[in-house]
Every structure is written in C-alpha cells, then in structure tokens.
Design a protein around this ligand. Structure first.
Ligand code: ADP
Length: 487
C-alpha cells in the first residue's frame, strides 16, 4: 500500500542510505536524510517524521542512546535500528528501550519495507489506542462532573425545601450557604449575604449567645425568642475542615402546649395544697377530741402517710413549674464540693440503712461556679437519692467530682437495675418511670425532670450511661466560674 509518510534516515553508510532511500521511495514514502546528530535533532523536532531509521552507530554515538533521547520527547515515535551484524545483546537493548526493532544485512527491499510498515502499523495502533483512552477518560471525567453537578443541584433543592432553617459558616464565621427557611425565620432578604460575617447579617442577641457559647463549648443548643412570640430551637454543629452548621426549628407550638400544661399543673397543685394541709391538720386533731381504738389509729396513720406523699408530689410539681417559669434567677458563687459534702452527710444514714458502701473521689482545688446553692443541693440530693433507692443492698455507690477545661463534672454510679437503652432519653421527662423500675421502689417520676431543669438553668448538660442489670452512671457537666478580673 503506498505511503506518503516521512521516514528519516540517520545512517553513516552512504551505500546503505541509497539502498534504503530507493526502496522506500519505490513505495511512495517520503525520505529525509540526517547528515549528523544536529541535523537529526532538527528534523525530528521540526518535521516530526513518521519513523526514524537509525544506524547502530551514528555520528560517533550509539544508535540506541540517541533513540532513547528521541523517545523522551516523542514517546510513540517508531524507531528502527540498523546493525551490521545480528547480535543478541543489541536485540535486548532495543527491546528494553522500547524501540520498534532491528534490521540486519543482507537486506532486500521487501525486508526494509516490511519492517517499516510493521513499525508504522504498531505505532498507529498505539496512537489510536492512546486517543481512544484519552477520549474514554475525558468522557468518564465529564460524566462524573455532570453527575456531581446533578447531585449538587439535588442537595441544593433538598436544602432549599426543608422546613428547618440551615446556615453553613466557614471557619471564620462567614456565610457559605443559607436556605430559604433560615431567611424567613430571621426575616432576611433573598441575597447579599454570601461571604459576609454571620453576625453582621443575623443581628439577634440569642443567636449571638449561641455562637459565642458554642466557641467556648459545651453549649450546642439555644432557644431563640423573637419579639412576635415565635420560639426557635437552634442547634450548632462544628464541621471539620469546613466550619460549622446551624439549624433552627420552629418550636413555638411545642412551647405553647408545654406552657398550657405547666399552667394547668401549677394551678391544680396550688389549689390542692390548702385542702391537703387541712386534711393533715384534721388527722392530728381527731385523736385530741376523744379516745381512738387501735384500728382507728392505724387508719389515721395510713391517711397521714398518703396525704404526705400527695403533698410531696404537689410540692415537686410546684417546684418544677417555678423552675420552668425561669423564676429561679438568684445566682451566686458556689463551691460545688461543699454542697456535695453536705448532701452526702445528710444521706449517710440512708446509705447505712440500705447497706450500701460509698466511694467518693472529689478533686482538690476545684474551680468555683455560679449558681443557686439551694437548687444545686436539690440536684445532687435527687441523683444521690435515686442511687440509694435503686441500688440493691450490699453494693457500692461511686461519686466523683472533677474539673476539666473550665467545666465541673459530677457523676454518680450505682450497681442497680439499670435503664433500658430505648428509655434512657425519656427518663428526664415529667412523670416518666422506666419499665423495669422494681415494684417496691416508690416514685413520682418527677425527680429527674427537676434535676434536668436545674442543670438547664445553669447552662449545663446531663446524661446517663446505663446497662440493664449492670447499673447506671449519671453525669452532670456544669460551667466553672471564670473571673473577669485579670489574674
Ligand atoms: P422516680 O421518682 O421514679 O425515681 P425520677 O424522675 O427520679 O423518678 O427518675 C425517673 C426514672 O428514671 C425512674 O422511675 C427510673 O425508672 C429511672 N431511674 C432514675 N435513676 C435511676 C437509677 N439510679 N437506676 C435505675 N433507674 C433509675
């Protein structure tokens, strides 16, 4: 098949050159002759031949070495080496260098043309394959790029249409993304916020508190109260390598239901207090107006004990409603270890009565905190009482009070019945008692709700780690008081 490809001949031997030139031209190949190393470089660079025929030695240099240099710049260029003698060593070198092959005398025209055509065919096949691969890779990259574009659009669509407000900030607190619900919540215009510091765009005191406290940890939730009565719950989540995301949910209706419930409970418990006091008073008086038989005395005792437990329930309810209404604002500097020691002293009799051992680990030099000492005492009392109530006799209760990173960490661990995993989130709700509460253990289900309210009013956190039949550990983390005076 006639060819018009350019074959560059770089051979020292003039007779050989003529032979090759004739053979190639007879098959319509174009030929160029390199007179030396410099000319060879120039032709390769400028004309980019379809094939190079190199002498085993050319212009005083090894053909294979020259070929390697050419391949560095034109890796797919076919190169044939012509040698005077057949040699295994040369053949190996040619193979290792990735050249097309070798030619040896005696040379017939067909041998020359055959070798040239095979080399060109291989080079073409290689070129085709390379082009196909490049095309395939490009198409696959394009498909992937399109896919991520489509995915991005899908996520943007989801984000834009969820009811919760979402805002993504970079590490400097500048806005990266904000969805429609967030703009509606804070009554913001549709655009003009990208890349701006969030506090410049969202000017709300509760939002600033959330951001400031989130930097200091551990507060991740905060309520945002709007002047028009709406209440949102805002949640802050740090995003490694991105910044942070803040989501807000409208909880106005939940708050309203809760308020109605609390008002109802408050009114009922308040109204129950006076008749209960009067029932209790009359149980005392009955005995004074005439002699009572043994059975009457026993019945009166039962009435008294029932009225006392209703009274304590009513008092707990009133307590809770006062806490929930946020009426408990009296805060002073408190040393929690002192409050804890008093609570432990008071409960010592109970520990002994229930045959429980007590192990306490109270760190020295604990920082102070700001809080209401009466409420903090109530918090510790409730948790310690629960431990004594639920732990079986003969077991040990571990109490610990430590400080870490401006936080005071209290924990109480018992070896009691534990709390089923699925119910652990609910035990802080009012009146909730877990399904595995031992029958003989009385309770109203209000103690932990009170504890939770006290923890919340001190900007702390409470959680439980528990396993059924193994025991429970309650943790309370409270912020330490940081003096504003320079130290
Ligand atoms: P109660 O008056 O029932 O003790 P609390 O509000 O103090 O109410 O606790 C709520 C529920 O949490 C309890 O009824 C019990 O199921 C579970 N609970 C609390 N403390 C413990 C504990 N130390 N061990 C096992 N369960 C506990």
């Amino acid at each position: 098949m006639p060819r018009h490809d350019l074959v560059l001949l770089a051979l020292d031997d003039a007779t050989l050159l003529q032979l090759m030139q004739r053979a190639l031209q007879a098959k319509s190949y174009e030929t160029a002759i390199a007179s030396g190393r410099v000319a060879l470089e120039k032709i390769v660079q400028e004309a980019i031949p379809a094939l190079v025929m190199l002498g085993e030695q050319f212009d005083g240099q090894l053909g294979v070495k020259i070929a390697c240099e050419i391949l560095e710049r034109f890796p797919t260029m076919p190169i044939l080496i012509y040698a005077e003698r057949e040699s295994m060593v040369l053949y190996k070198e040619v193979l290792q260098a990735g050249l097309s092959g070798c030619l040896y005398p005696p040379l017939r025209n067909d041998d020359i043309i055959g070798a040239v055509e095979r080399s060109l065919q291989r080079a073409r096949a290689l070129g085709d394959w390379l082009r196909r691969e490049v095309k395939r890779t490009t198409a696959s990259l394009e498909r992937r790029a399109n896919l991520s574009e489509a995915e991005l659009q899908r996520y943007e669509f989801i984000l834009a249409n969820i009811d919760d407000g979402v805002i993504i900030l970079d590490e400097e607190g500048k806005i990266q993304l904000m969805n429609k619900a967030m703009m509606v919540a804070f009554d913001l215009p549709d655009k003009g916020y990208q890349g701006k510091p969030v506090l410049e765009i969202i000017d709300h005191p509760d939002f600033s508190i959330l951001l400031n406290r989130a930097q200091m940890a551990p507060l991740k939730y905060h309520e945002i109260n709007f002047d028009d009565g709406r209440i949102y719950n805002a949640q802050y989540t740090p995003l490694e390598g991105i910044g942070s995301v803040i989501t807000v949910q409208d909880i106005s209706y939940l708050k309203q239901v809760d308020r109605l419930k609390s008002d109802f409970v408050h009114t009922v418990s308040h109204d129950l207090r006076s008749p209960l006091t009067s029932v209790l008073g009359y149980t005392e008086l009955v005995g004074r107006v005439g002699p009572l038989n043994e059975q009457q005395i026993e019945f009166l005792d039962r009435i008294r004990s029932s009225v006392e437990s209703i009274t304590s329930l009513v008092n707990e309810l009133l307590d809770l409603s006062r806490l929930e209404a946020g009426l408990d604002t009296r805060h002073e500097i408190v040393r929690l270890e002192n409050v804890l020691k008093f609570a432990m002293d008071t409960l010592e009799g109970q520990f002994r009565l229930n045959n429980l051992s007590l192990q306490s680990d109270i760190a020295e030099d604990l920082p102070e905190m700001r809080g209401n000492p009466i409420r903090l005492r109530q918090l510790l009392d409730n948790l310690l009482t629960n431990a004594t109530k639920y732990a079986p006799p003969g077991t040990t209760i571990h109490i610990s009070l430590q400080a870490e990173d401006n936080l005071i960490i209290f924990s109480v661990a018992d070896e009691g019945p534990g709390i089923p995993q699925s119910e652990q989130g609910r035990i802080f709700e009012k009146f909730y008692r877990a399904s595995n509460v031992p029958e003989q253990v009385d309770g109203s289900g209000l103690g932990l709700a009170i504890v939770k309210s006290i923890v919340d009013s001190h900007q702390g956190r409470i959680w439980v780690e528990s396993a059924v039949d193994k025991g429970s550990t309650f943790f309370v983390v409270l912020p330490a008081y940081i003096s504003e005076k320079p130290s």
